[in-house]
Design a protein around this ligand. Structure first.
Ligand code: PLP
Length: 395
């Protein structure tokens, strides 16, 4: 029999990729348990706004069902370029934008663009759960660097420097960050930029949470001196416009050569997004900042309600996240194994959360609560978490 290529077999390693608690919660629900509250995935509990769905329906009604442009239709790329000026703080040529199947395909494309087999990519912890797999899928070797809750999960320049070897080709950075909600400071980003320039590295800047910043201001590292030409920006409407299922993302390339290579990559894979989706994306962006602002306000409100409920616990220490749609909670002062805690929490209270370990060792001893349930349900879940934490015993 022919064998499968190791290239494809080694993408996901390890037995538990972090979704075990969610799977267990689904099984419990199927078995008849009716008090499950799922706060695992970063997926909204509300649908995409009606005008966006209507724009899609209108495109379908007029028969826009043929192949879409692989590069991305011009009116959509023009809208993205216009929006990018205030968001990323740089002028962007619409030709440098390539529309992708979500931020995930943009991350993969960036990895493919930057890495030769065996090249190292530095990934800053805690990180979005697919980062390591994406780098491996692109043939690279992920090298993770730790950050600490005590420093607000800001990466330290010297730790990053120590991870650089002659095989390092890129740094993957995500601010605002999932899962920590940290927004990297100017100083942090300048440190990363200086290393990229000093060691001639690419930077992949995943900015999919830029619209959900509550306490600080979003700063794109691409806007720092000398960085535009070495940065790929990953963006998506999944989080900002509640469009996770549409697979509506893009990559902003540093130059036309890079954009052309990524178009070639998509020629051999997705072959472009459906035109009715591209038209709906365009309509959403043409509608201005209102819808994304509304979604951000919703998560800000939920964050405050969740933090308030969790703070009723005598044991929990809460650091309200500065951004995004999660609360990453530090349990290290009374929990040695957050995964065990998460499974026990599910069993006892029906609340499903992600163990911090899923996002790298820096988040060990934490749990991540997704703010993706209606306010009342979310507060109920946080009350249950607080009560459970107060009675938790490792014995
Ligand atoms: N980057 C980060 C940091 C994310 O949290 C996610 C999704 O949760 C993605 C990228 C992927 O986004 P998309 O759903 O647009 O593929």
């Amino acid at each position: 029999m022919p064998t499968l290529s190791p290239r494809i077999q080694n993408i996901v390693t390890g037995a538990d990729d972090g979704w075990g608690v969610q799977e267990k919660a689904r099984e419990m629900e199927l078995a008849g348990r009716n008090d499950i509250i799922m706060l695992t995935m970063g997926d909204h509990d509300f649908p995409t706004a009606k005008p966006i769905r209507e724009a899609c329906a209108a495109a379908l009604a007029t028969g826009r069902t043929g192949y879409g442009s692989i590069h991305g239709i011009v009116p959509l790329r023009k809208q993205i370029a216009k929006r990018a000026v205030p968001v990323h703080g740089i002028e962007i040529d619409a030709e440098h934008i390539v529309v992708s199947m979500g931020g995930q395909a943009a991350l993969f494309a960036a990895g493919m663009a930057c890495l030769d087999p065996g090249d190292e990519a530095i990934v800053i912890e805690p990180y979005y759960a697919t980062y390591e797999q994406t780098i491996r899928a692109a043939g690279g070797v992920p090298v993770t660097i730790m950050t600490s809750a005590d420093r607000g999960f800001q990466p330290d320049t010297e730790t990053l420097r120590a991870a650089i070897t002659p095989r390092t080709r890129m740094i993957l950075c995500n601010s605002p960050n999932n899962p920590s909600g940290a927004v990297y400071t100017r100083e942090t980003l300048e440190g990363i930029a200086a290393l990229c320039i000093e060691h001639d590295l690419w930077l992949i800047s995943d900015e999919v949470y830029h619209s959900q910043v509550y306490e600080a201001a979003h700063l794109s590292p691409a806007s720092l001196p000398g960085m535009r030409e070495r940065t790929f920006i990953v963006d998506s409407m999944s989080k900002s416009h509640a469009m996770t299922g549409w697979r509506s993302g893009w990559i902003i390339c540093p130059n036309m050569d890079a954009a052309n290579c990524i178009i070639d990559l998509f020629l051999t894979s997705a072959y472009g997004l459906a035109p009715f989706i591209q038209l709906a994306m365009r309509a959403a962006l043409a509608g201005g900042k209102g819808p994304e602002h509304e979604i951000a306000q919703k998560y800000r409100f939920r964050r405050d309600r969740a933090v308030e409920a969790l703070a009723r616990s005598k044991r929990l220490k809460i650091h309200p996240p500065e951004a995004a749609m999660y609360v990453l909670m530090d349990l290290r002062h009374f929990v040695t194994d957050a995964e065990r805690f998460a499974y026990a929490l599910l069993e006892e209270t029906g609340v499903a959360v992600m163990p911090g370990e899923s996002f790298g060792a820096s988040a060990a001893g934490h749990i991540r609560i997704s703010l993706t349930a209606p306010e009342e349900k979310l507060v109920e879940a946080c009350n249950r978490i607080a009560a459970f934490a107060d009675t938790w015993s490792e014995a």
